[in-house]
Ligand binder design. Structure first.
Ligand SMILES: Nc1ncnc2c1ncn2[C@@H]1O[C@H](COP(=O)(O)OP(=O)(O)OP(=O)(O)O)[C@@H](O)[C@H]1O
Ligand SMILES: [Mg+2]
Length: 465
């Protein structure tokens, strides 16, 4: 991806350092040593993104940021702030910065943030173009509603529902945007839906911050989410703002929300009820404006009944609900998705003429897809890589002989008597699925109909291995 960047930085060594690094990666750079110079260059240089130092001579970075936002509201600005000035970072995010970096700036990270900012900005532009009636091109926008392929009645209904949600949100004149809980089996597109809601909605210019609740132990989840004051716990050498605060003005996406521990659930509830957060080790509450989206492939109702999930949080998260149907219940979508994935992979691997035979398409439609759309996408990609011919036949498809998951299959539990407690049963199922898949976590997760992260979390929880 090629683009241009304006670097507003008064420290000449750092400025040159950034310039050399970015130019070596094919990014065109312009330097400005003050805010005034930066503003002047904005018109002349027409950059795709800006790196803006906070501590500048004359006008400080925040006021330069505000003036840039007034003149070029779509232009992503990445703020660089000094050590220990997290408050500035929060202010910068409030003022519409795309992101912030704490000095000393890691050049690799700088490039990553810039890449992301330009990519998002281009996608947003594409969406605005689509909405303005530009029509849908052959490459669907990666993050909007257009990314959700499928023509089955179930998908059409879902697309309509999402459109309604976005429209309602656009019209919302006061109060907080209600949370949306996105349910559905693994690989059905929950994350895609979350992105679509953010990038099509009125918060699209704000940050989209996602956190996977399954991948972190509870202590870390809390400091990740809420930030911490210096000395809040042994490793907390510096004050840090949390992801919730970083999502201010945008969306916080809580993925795998069913894995949250009860203590963290209580803190989240406060965010949803009062729209406030408190950093670990702080006495002060902080107001935040975030839209919460949550996703899970777990039956939250049942978890509420079993006392594993707070009912009040469940109610708050699920003010609005979106349920993604499993792929096997979307009539005709396998063919549509297979064709789209084939076109994409064929382009990527430089094999443009590829197609499925009728028998292959029929075999794909008969499969039960326990890993849903993700499984289909992976399978198609594998076919394209391995194909020696332009036509993919039924025999070429790497479909398993036993496609159904181990869950619901009593034989999966072996011949021993059923364990009596739920944890024991679960443990047995997990071990069984792992053994049957030679401890391949991805395959075992698919057989169990859960995500890889969820399985990893449960492997740790039960101390398996
Ligand atoms: N309707 C769709 N059209 C096109 N691609 C889709 C669709 N649904 C899902 N995908 C693709 O399938 C893959 C899995 O989707 P996603 O990550 O959103 O699933 P998920 O429901 O979050 O799964 P998990 O519960 O395992 O996290 C992604 O690569 C996504 O782009
Ligand atoms: Mg997901």
């Amino acid at each position: 991806m090629s683009y241009s960047v304006l670097i507003v930085e008064d420290e000449p060594v750092l400025a040159r350092n950034m310039l050399l690094y970015l130019e070596r990666h094919g990014i065109a750079c312009q330097l400005a040593a003050s805010g005034e110079e930066g503003l002047a260059l904005l018109e002349a240089a027409r950059p795709d993104a800006v790196v803006l130092d906070h501590n500048l001579p004359g006008q400080d970075g925040l006021s330069v940021l505000r003036r840039m936002r007034e003149r070029e509201p779509q232009l992503p600005v990445v703020m660089a702030t000094g050590h220990g000035s997290e408050q500035v970072a929060v202010e910068a995010m409030k003022a519409g910065a795309f992101d912030y970096l704490i000095k000393p700036v890691s050049l690799h990270q700088l490039k990553q943030v810039l890449d992301r900012s330009v990519q998002q900005q281009r996608q947003a532009q594409e969406l605005r173009h689509l909405r303005a009636g530009g029509g849908i091109g052959h490459v669907p926008a990666a993050q909007g509603l257009a990314a959700l392929l499928g023509t089955s009645p179930a998908m059409r209904q879902l697309q309509g529902r999402l459109r309604q949600l976005v429209d309602a949100e656009e019209r919302l004149s006061e109060g907080h945007t209600p949370a949306v809980l996105i349910g559905g089996e693994t690989g059905t597109g929950k994350e895609l839906v979350a992105r679509a809601l953010h990038f099509e909605g009125p918060r699209r210019a704000g940050p989209f911050v996602e956190i996977n609740c399954a991948s972190l132990p509870s202590q870390l989840v809390e400091s990740e989410l809420f930030g911490h004051e210096r000395g809040a716990f042994t490793d907390a050498r510096e004050r840090r703002i949390g992801l919730v605060e970083a999502a201010h003005g945008g969306t916080l996406f809580l993925d795998e929300v069913g894995e949250l521990e009860l203590a963290t659930q209580a803190k989240l509830l406060r965010l949803l009820e009062d729209h406030q957060v408190r950093r670990l080790g702080s006495v002060r509450e902080q107001k935040v404006d975030v839209r919460v989206l949550a996703a899970t492939n777990r039956p939250l109702e049942a978890m509420v009944a079993a006392g594993q999930f707070r009912s009040d949080l469940f109610y708050r998260l699920g003010m609005l609900r979106i349920e993604l149907p499993p792929l096997r219940e979307r009539e005709g979508d396998v063919a549509v998705l297979a064709a789209a994935f084939l076109a994409r992979s064929a382009r990527r691997y430089g094999k443009p003429e590829m197609r499925f035979s009728d028998e292959a398409l029929q075999a794909l439609s008969r499969h039960r897809w326990p890993g849903n759309v993700r499984e289909l996408g992976n399978l198609v990609e594998q076919c394209v890589i391995l194909a020696s011919d332009t036509v993919i036949e039924a025999d070429d498809l790497p479909l398993p002989v036993m496609p159904d998951g181990a869950l619901g299959d009593p034989a999966a539990l072996g011949t021993e008597p059923w364990p009596t407690s739920l944890p024991d049963t679960e443990r047995r199922l997990l071990v069984n699925a792992l053994e049957r898949n030679r401890w391949n976590v991805t395959q075992a997760a698919r057989a169990l109909g859960i995500s890889r992260d969820t399985l990893r979390y449960r492997i740790d929880k039960f101390g398996l291995r």
